[in-house]
Design a protein around this ligand. Structure first.
Ligand SMILES: [Zn+2]
Length: 303
């Protein structure tokens, strides 16, 4: 299925990196935004080529759910993975932390379906992972090279992958809430490395408009989360909260995109441009790239 190009057509600069896992176990505790349920997440080292695997240890028999796009099921406003009759929800900020920090192999043991919301960013996860430390493993990280422009969506919202700088992943995100709102229009362009992810994206928090928050509360959702746990915007700006970045919203949308791209289960080399896109479109693009892309490094389609 893949368009296999001759080896000499690959950018000669690209040297695949070694896979990484954690040096030791790390954990994060909190509660789910949607369910309000307490939850503990334990990140454990895992062997090369095993990928990111969630383990629901609260079920009568622990169920493993591999974090790949094939296990993604559509749910509003969050990413849910489902396999073997069990699911894990709101995994996107954990996937962003693991993908952004190049933790390729990791077992994520959880004792509830919904991941902790924490402060709405990836920072608590990144800090826990960094405190545990990283180790390189004896296997190269498979890499998918974007060779041509692939765009999904419509004029309202779209996402595209295009060839980028040799050996690199970069992103550009356009956010547009209209010029009349406190969020407005924001654009961010960033080469994505563990350093840039940790500094520029990981601290950016989930946000919503007050009208959306009111609607969720009316549905009985998110009742435990407070205005300190995420950014809720009214016409003047965030309510009872201060921005960590002037353009924190577009940074969070970019963080979400990194989490969605991490469901590829391999490194992506290319430039990704998003206009008002969200989890569904981003994940759809990953599916298309895995089907049509140019893969190097012993990746197996059965993943
Ligand atoms: Zn998010």
């Amino acid at each position: 299925m893949f368009k296999r190009l001759k080896d000499d057509s690959r950018p000669s600069l690209h040297v695949p990196r070694q896979q990484r896992t954690l040096a030791k176990t790390a954990s994060v505790e909190g509660f789910g935004y949607w369910s309000g349920k307490d939850v503990r997440v334990e990140f454990r080292p895992a062997p090369a080529d095993s990928g990111v695997v969630f383990v629901r240890e609260d079920l009568p028999k622990p169920v493993k759910i591999k974090a790949v796009v094939a296990h993604r099921v559509e749910t509003p406003r969050r990413t849910t993975l489902r396999a073997a009759g069990a699911s894990v929800e709101m995994v996107e900020h954990i996937m962003a932390a693991l993908g952004g920090m190049h933790v390729d192999n990791c077992e994520v043991w959880v004792n509830a379906a919904e991941m902790p919301g924490c402060d709405g960013s990836s920072l608590p996860f990144v800090e826990a992972l960094a405190a545990a430390g990283f180790v390189e493993q004896k296997a190269a990280r498979p890499t998918l090279f974007v060779r041509e422009v692939t765009r999904l969506g419509n004029e309202e919202s779209w996402v595209e992958a295009r060839p980028g700088a040799a050996g690199a992943l970069s992103v550009k995100f356009h956010l547009d809430y209209g010029s009349e709102t406190a969020i407005g229009r924001q654009t961010l362009t960033l080469p994505v490395t563990p350093d840039s992810f940790r500094r520029e994206l990981a601290p950016a928090r989930t946000f919503m408009l007050k009208s959306e928050a009111d609607w969720l509360l009316a549905q009985g959702l998110g009742t435990r989360a407070t205005l300190k746990d995420l950014l809720v915007f009214d016409a003047d700006g965030p309510i009872d909260n201060e921005l960590r970045f002037r353009d924190e919203c577009v940074r969070h949308k970019t963080l979400d995109l990194i989490g969605d791209l991490a469901l590829a289960g391999c490194d992506l080399v290319g430039h990704f441009v998003a206009f008002r896109s969200g989890h569904r479109l981003n994940a759809e693009l990953v599916r298309v790239l895995l089907t049509e892309g140019d893969m190097a490094g012993g990746w197996k389609r059965s993943a």
